[in-house]
Design a protein around this ligand. Structure first.
Ligand code: NAD
Ligand code: TYD
Length: 356
């Protein structure tokens, strides 16, 4: 079959990438979706079982830093679009080991940019879409929102590496005329998120009646976005975003961490048929994350006005859907938390590294 649009999705076996791959494979049967993923601890082909046999889907195991591999993929498939999600994505891990973040998030991005630049003689019909985070903007006080014009002020090795990659993508637009678009998104949640991030970690710990480690006093605020709403936004920007532009994506769904964890405890008590208040007793305040950003909140007005996007899932409803999904996929949870995850968990939460 002749495909109308060969798209390279990087990091498609991860949390957000797997939702995006599923959306693109199902919605655009004439596109070819090529998923390049190294399958780190965060990548899991189980996330894509339902599309792995699709005629328009291809999985390639490999590292975006491997420039020769990336170059070959451009040549072999005549790629005209890259949607770049592959990254080291967890702030706590970036504090432990910044170098892995520099390699994948910065060097890996340049490896892809160079391959696109070499393959694409003219920009017509081509697109390099870079998926990034609102963490590049730094930390907000009690009021205000990040807009596309907010100056960059990253504070963790993770956000600094993502900021660097954003700057490089923009540099390739201005210097070489590479057709690019960037989106910066708030915290995602939903099915298939690796249980080192706040929401699935808490769900898994409640399930096992383990302590719920809340960093600092729990007053930090995040703006939570349902992952399928993010995938829909990427789909819109991929098709209708203006070249060289940035789009902020957020859920209009701000929570203080402690309020979110308490709410999740209530939902889990109901779903697990435990007496009300059982899970809340597991909440344990632990030593704060170094350089912990106080508040993130996104103004997604540009995306809403230009492309008509709106978040569809809010507040408690999203937590309930998420908790129910994990409880009906305990085999997935058990699989991804076996092996190396045990070492990570012990190092952070049991050996006292987080003050437990
Ligand atoms: P994730 O950690 O769940 O998945 C990352 C994927 O990238 C994994 O499948 C992993 O195997 C793959 N990968 C890592 N290094 C690679 C390499 N060198 N070569 C090829 N593949 C590699 O991450 P996520 O939460 O799905 O985030 C995806 C993207 O979205 C990232 O770029 C992240 O910065 C961005 N983002 C995430 C959030 C969030 O809340 N999760 C919010 C905003 C932006
Ligand atoms: P996280 O899911 O790691 O996302 P990010 O740091 O990229 O925003 O953390 C979300 C918030 O939850 C953040 O303020 C840190 C906090 N947090 C805890 O309080 N305890 C935990 O065990 C984790 C993983 C995060």
């Amino acid at each position: 079959m002749q495909f109308s649009r060969p798209i390279l999705v990087t990091g498609g076996a991860g949390f957000i990438g797997s939702h995006l791959v599923r959306l693109l494979v199902n919605k655009y049967p004439t596109y070819r979706i090529i998923n390049l993923d190294k399958l780190t601890y965060a990548g899991n082909l189980e996330n894509l079982r339902d599309v792995e046999e699709a005629h328009n889907y291809l999985f390639v195991k490999g590292d975006i830093v491997d420039h020769e591999l990336v170059r070959q993929l451009f040549e072999e498939h005549g790629l005209d679009t890259v949607v770049h999600l592959a990254a080291e994505s967890h702030v706590d891990r970036s504090i432990d080991n910044p170098m892995a973040f520099i390699q994948t998030n910065i060097v890996g991005t340049v490896s892809l940019l160079n391959a696109a630049r070499a393959a694409w003689e003219a920009p017509e019909g081509k697109l390099f879409y870079h998926v990034s985070t609102d963490e590049v903007y730094g930390s907000l006080g009690e009021t205000g929102f990040f807009t596309e014009k907010t100056p960059y002020d990253p504070r963790s090795p993770y956000s600094a590496s993502k900021a660097s990659s954003d700057h490089l993508v923009r540099a390739y637009y201005h210097t070489y005329g590479l057709p690019v678009v960037i989106s910066n998104c708030s915290n995602n949640y939903g099915p298939y998120q690796f249980p080192e991030k706040l929401i699935p970690l808490m769900i898994n710990n409640i399930r096992h009646s383990k302590p719920l480690p809340v960093y600092g006093d729990g007053s930090n605020v995040r703006d939570w976005l349902w992952v399928e709403d993010h995938a829909r936004a990427i789909d819109l920007i991929l098709h209708r975003g203006r070249l060289g532009e940035t789009y902020n994506i957020g859920g209009d769904n701000e929570w203080r961490n402690i309020d979110l964890v308490r709410s999740l405890c209530r939902v889990m008590d109901e779903l697990l048929d435990r007496p009300a208040g059982t899970s809340e007793q597991l909440i344990t305040f632990v030593k704060d994350r170094p350089g912990h950003d106080q508040r993130y909140a996104i103004d997604a007005g540009k995306l809403k006005a230009e492309l008509g996007w709106e978040p569809s899932v809010q507040a408690e409803e999203g937590l309930r859907k998420t908790a129910a999904w994990y409880l009906s996929h305990t085999d997935w949870l058990d699989h991804v938390t076996s092996g190396a995850y045990q070492d990570y968990y012990r190092l952070h939460y049991e050996a006292g590294a987080k003050g437990l």
